[in-house]
Design a protein around this ligand. Structure first.
Ligand SMILES: Cc1ncc(COP(=O)(O)O)c(C=O)c1O
Length: 402
């Protein structure tokens, strides 16, 4: 049956990652495809106890409707997390709890993007954000990135080109720390430059930060929202999104947004229209969990486990691929390696061969808005064990070299 879908759905392709994940659940396949957190790192006992405590302490409130912007106790814990990330002194009034950070992406696009508006994204970009912006019929333009994150010169050129066309981008969307899929992290110097450009060209910057807690080497960098005091006027131009998904549990579906004052009300109205508020139950459990201090004990374990897995993948790639065949970044955290093969290799058509050899990855193609590159692949080291990583890379090498 062909249903008369809204025109906004016309340019939207099914998520390739979701399609790939259907194969990835097969027991005989080692998956480097998903961005699923390692299940052995869920603090099952701590979250179970927090759920019991939430019920015992305040069962009615845990089951009742709540305010759209979120449960105040949880909001204050999230403000404390912001301070620990290098953004002290933020107000809970500017924080809205969301149903995962994915909802934050959807809501911001909903209130800002009219069909045909320009949205600037990194190239490669987070797939599910691209999907959201496409549903709102944005015109996507890509900004080049390298190991130090998005290239400010390319960004400025694009902003100037827009100015010359008499247009303004609605916003710039960036995963500045341990990018998905790039693994790249925006340097401190570039963070400041990005804020300067935001002020100069009066364009909002949206920093989406699911991964910064997963740092296993290098120095912590403050989020953009923690640097607004060093760039005059920039606090009006920065939004920040994050989530409990990658360091507590994605099943809670809890994220948050920090917004400049003028966006708080439109975002609240749009979120209210979407779901009234994020699950009260999940918010009470999370608030209780964050109160116990168990996370502080859990975080070093999470970081060292991802560090071990990331290093196992790097070592296996270096051991099993001939030098120069596969170039890849060495991220300081997060969940992904972004690898490049020789020009002319098509990683999309290589997927079947990989599956036949018992391993799967995500080809780079869907991550490129506009000008597509065919010779990239995203490898996630988060979910498999170090032994599976070694075996999976062996299988991948077999698939490529055969
Ligand atoms: C860059 C980025 N943003 C947002 C999300 C969505 O996360 P959640 O909705 O679980 O918070 C993800 C998940 O993989 C992601 O990689």
């Amino acid at each position: 049956m062909s249903y008369p879908l809204a025109s906004r759905m016309s340019g939207v392709k099914p998520s390739f990652v979701r399609e790939v994940l259907k194969v990835a659940v097969r027991k005989d396949i080692i998956s480097f495809a998903g961005g699923l957190p390692a299940p052995e790192l869920f603090d099952v006992e701590g979250i179970r106890q927090a759920a019991i405590d939430a019920f015992e302490q305040n069962p009615q409130a845990t089951l009742q409707y709540g305010p759209t912007d979120g449960y105040d106790v949880l909001k204050n814990h999230l403000i404390d997390i912001m301070a620990s990330r290098g953004a002290p002194g933020l107000s809970a009034e500017n924080l809205i709890v969301t149903t995962g950070s994915q909802q934050a992406i959807d809501v911001i696009a909903k209130i800002l993007v009219d069909p045909g508006d320009v949205v600037l994204v990194e190239r490669p970009a987070y797939l599910a954000a691209v999907q959201v912006f496409e549903i709102y019929q944005a015109e996507l333009r890509g900004i080049e990135i390298d190991a130090d994150g998005l290239n400010p010169d390319d960004l400025e050129q694009q902003l100037q080109a827009l100015q010359a066309e008499g247009r303004r981008a609605k916003f710039i969307y960036t995963v500045a720390t341990f990018g998905n899929p790039s693994g790249a992290t925006l340097s401190l110097e570039r963070r400041k430059k990005l804020l300067e450009l935001a002020v100069k060209y009066q364009v909002l910057v949206i920093e989406d930060d699911p991964y910064s807690e997963l740092r296993f080497s290098g120095e912590t960098l403050p989020p953009l929202v923690g640097l607004t005091s060093v760039v005059d006027g920039s606090s009006e131009w920065v939004c920040y999104f994050s989530t409990l998904s990658k360091f507590v549990a994605p099943g809670l579906r809890l994220g948050w947004m920090l917004l400049p004052e003028g966006l708080v009300q439109p975002v609240t109205i749009a979120k209210q229209a979407a779901d009234l508020h994020t699950s009260t139950f999940a918010q009470h459990v999370a608030a209780r969990y964050l109160e116990t201090g168990r996370l502080q004990a859990q975080l070093p374990k999470i970081r060292s486990t991802y560090g071990a897995k990331g290093h196992a993948m790097i070592a296996a790639l270096e051991a099993h691929f001939p030098a120069g065949m596969l170039e890849f970044n060495k991220p300081d955290g997060g969940m992904f390696l972004w690898a490049k093969m020789a020009a002319g290799v098509d990683t999309m058509s290589m997927v079947q061969k990989a599956v036949d050899n018992g391993v799967i990855y995500v080809p780079g193609v869907p991550f490129f808005p506009g000008d597509i590159k065919h010779n990239y692949l995203r490898l996630s080291f988060a979910t498999p064990s170090t032994e599976q990583i070694e075996e999976g890379v062996k299988r991948l090498a077999r698939a490529v070299l055969d």
